[in-house]
Design a protein around this ligand. Structure first.
Ligand SMILES: [Cu+2]
Length: 605
């Protein structure tokens, strides 16, 4: 592997300075050129010169131009469920339909278990990934974004346990696009208990002319199968063959996003993000549910995912992203459901708000204020998982990249005409970590709630208290643990590493976990002043210890993102069940992920 030379460095600088868009290159192209992370033939063998010295300097970019605040409402497609497709022809075989134009994915696992079992038991969706015009703010020009169905963020999907979803994803992105991003895609449904072929492995990227190293053919569409059964259902079926598993394993607030090798951050900032909500008998999505098991949380138009994506705009008001920096990308504008400083008309009643940190690099401390005063709410779910009981009278939700927090907030105390603001209280000046919590009057207002009406119908959603049971935790069995793994997250010679190595998608797994055999992983941040939110695919885990102590209350449920602060150690219990195959663990600072802070692990029978 070539070394990153001084000449190369100048080339990078020149391109960055002369072309505001920065070089439209991917790490895999840079590797071919011997640029960028190509330095790391073997990190441990690097000598003399630290690669820190030769990585391209971060661009000095001016602040985003001013916006017109509170002019546009968040779009309804962000909280009204997308409807299923009626004339859907589901696959008749597990293998990819390459003759019919599908890309060369691996066969759908357990196809015969779930398909075909009758259309009335399934939901069918199509998402067409395309470039479409979009308005971030009335002060900025209408501009091209990439979106699932051409929308930023993509349409919200409501799915239900016991009803598998077959989703057909079409890639209609322009192959001769301009600007950042790259039109190959690999869609990951974050936190879903998904079989490998449908999980959006980073090497499984595809378009009609390009295909990743872990796929066999390009194509114009790809089928994803989501079984919507609770993790561990195989075990449950040993005693009841029709079981869909243990409802204590239910997932709630998920999000789907692009996961293409080396280009995830750019493609997500360009719009390839969307919300996906799971419901079951307990969290039924119906506040009028007469089933005594149902929680009756605010539902329908009162159950609203808020997807946050951090952004920066060029002086002409078009979106900018620095595709070269390996450190991260911090913007100065927060898009809430694709809008900068939008408003949201709310009724005088309770709402469930689901905050999703869509990255790429920003941390949030979210509060709601009215006339400068913090408002209290019930914190009910972390990483989309209902806690055992609500944390009452909370005033702030902290989110690392990809983390989610659900709250129930009551607007009934405010007269019509009241205005409240969602604010971000975290100050973050660089890509390393959040700096401090700001005073209310110093914090950025990112969304205005306008209480504009009395509710048309009575608010039948449940009044929560600290003793309201939400969802019990599944048991963990430490006596069954046979394997412990230590995972060190660090930076060696200027590149991100896990156990001293960078991700190489052309290689096999770094290790193999036995299906259904619980393990303990110790995640260690080697320091250097960086925070790394670590995400593990396929299964959620439980934090046993954070720095040797019990984790804070909101982290005592199931988790899929483990935010490692500098020097921290987190011990987790995890059990990979049901679906063998290839999966990844990575830093969810999307820029670190794209710069190889990732490992492949396989799950085997
Ligand atoms: Cu990181």
């Amino acid at each position: 592997m070539k070394k990153f030379t001084k000449i190369d460095e100048q080339k990078v600088k020149q391109v960055s300075v002369n072309d505001f868009d920065g070089p439209n290159a991917k790490r895999r192209n840079l590797l071919k050129l011997g640029l960028g992370l190509g330095v790391v033939a073997s990190v441990s063998q690097q000598t003399s010169k630290a690669a820190d010295e030769v990585l391209p300097p971060p661009l000095i970019i001016p602040p985003s131009p001013p916006v017109l605040a509170w002019q546009e409402q968040i779009p309804e497609y962000c909280y009204r469920a997308k409807t299923t497709v009626e004339n859907f022809y589901p696959p008749t075989q597990a293998a990819a339909n390459i003759e019919g134009g599908e890309c060369g994915r691996d066969p759908i696992q357990r196809f015969d278990d779930f398909y075909p079992v009758g259309d009335e038991n399934h939901d069918y969706y199509e998402l067409r990934v395309s470039e479409q015009p979009h308005s971030f703010n009335p002060a900025y020009p209408i501009q091209s974004i990439w979106g699932y169905d051409g929308l930023f963020p993509g349409p919200t999907i409501h799915a239900r346990y016991g009803r598998p979803v077959m989703l057909r994803l079409y890639n209609e992105l322009p192959e001769d696009h301009v600007g950042f991003g790259s039109p190959e895609i690999s869609m990951h449904l974050h936190n879903m208990h998904t079989s490998s072929e449908s999980d959006g492995f980073p090497g499984d990227y595809w378009s009609k002319s390009v295909v990743g190293p872990t796929m066999s053919a390009p194509g114009s569409f790809k089928d994803h199968c989501y079984y919507n059964v609770y993790a561990g259902f195989d075990k449950a079926r040993e005693t009841d063959p029709s079981s869909i598993g243990d409802p204590r394993e239910a997932l709630g607030t998920l999000w789907y996003h692009d996961h293409t090798l080396d280009i995830t951050a750019a493609n997500c900032v360009k719009g390839l993000v969307g919300s996906w909500l799971m419901f079951d008998e307990i969290d039924s999505g119906n506040e009028n549910d007469t089933n005594p098991a149902a929680l009756r949380l605010p539902s329908g138009d009162y159950d609203v995912p808020l997807m946050l994506v951090d952004m920066r705009f060029k002086p002409d008001g078009t979106l900018f992203f620095d595709q070269m920096s390996p450190e991260g990308f911090v913007g100065d504008m927060v898009a809430v459901n694709g809008k900068i400083k939008p408003f949201f008309n709310v009724a005088r009643r309770k709402y469930r708000l689901r905050f999703i940190n869509g990255g790429p690099t920003r941390y949030y401390g979210l509060s709601v204020v009215h006339k400068g005063k913090l408002q209290k709410f019930a914190y009910i779910a972390n990483d989309g998982n209902l806690l055992e009981a609500p944390l009452m009278d909370q005033t702030r939700v902290n989110l690392a990249m990809a983390e989610r927090g659900d709250i129930v907030i009551d607007f009934s105390a405010f007269p019509v005409g009241s205005e409240l603001f969602l604010i971000n209280r975290v100050r973050q000046d660089d890509t390393r970590k959040p700096d401090k919590i700001l005073e209310i009057n110093e914090s950025a207002e990112i969304l205005k709630f306008i209480v504009n009406r009395n509710p048309a119908e009575p608010d039948n959603s449940r009044i929560l208290t600290a003793s309201t049971p939400l969802r019990a935790l599944p048991p963990i069995d430490l006596s069954q643990v046979r394997t412990r793994r230590k995972l060190l997250f660090g930076r060696k010679n200027g590149v991100w590493t896990i156990n001293d190595q960078i991700f190489d998608v052309t290689k096999g797994p770094r290790f193999t976990s036995k299906k259904g055999q619980p393990e303990i992983w110790t995640l260690i941040n080697e320091g250097g002043g960086w925070e790394h939110p670590i995400h593990i695919h396929l299964e959620e885990g439980r934090i046993l210890k954070r720095n040797g102590k019990a984790p804070p209350l909101h982290e005592r449920g199931r988790k899929d993102v483990y935010n490692l602060r500098p020097g921290e150690t987190i011990e987790i219990y995890i059990n990979f069940r049901d679906f063998p195959g290839k999966y990844v663990m990575h830093c969810h600072n999307l820029v670190h992920e794209d710069h190889a802070m990732m490992i492949r692990f396989d799950v085997k029978d």
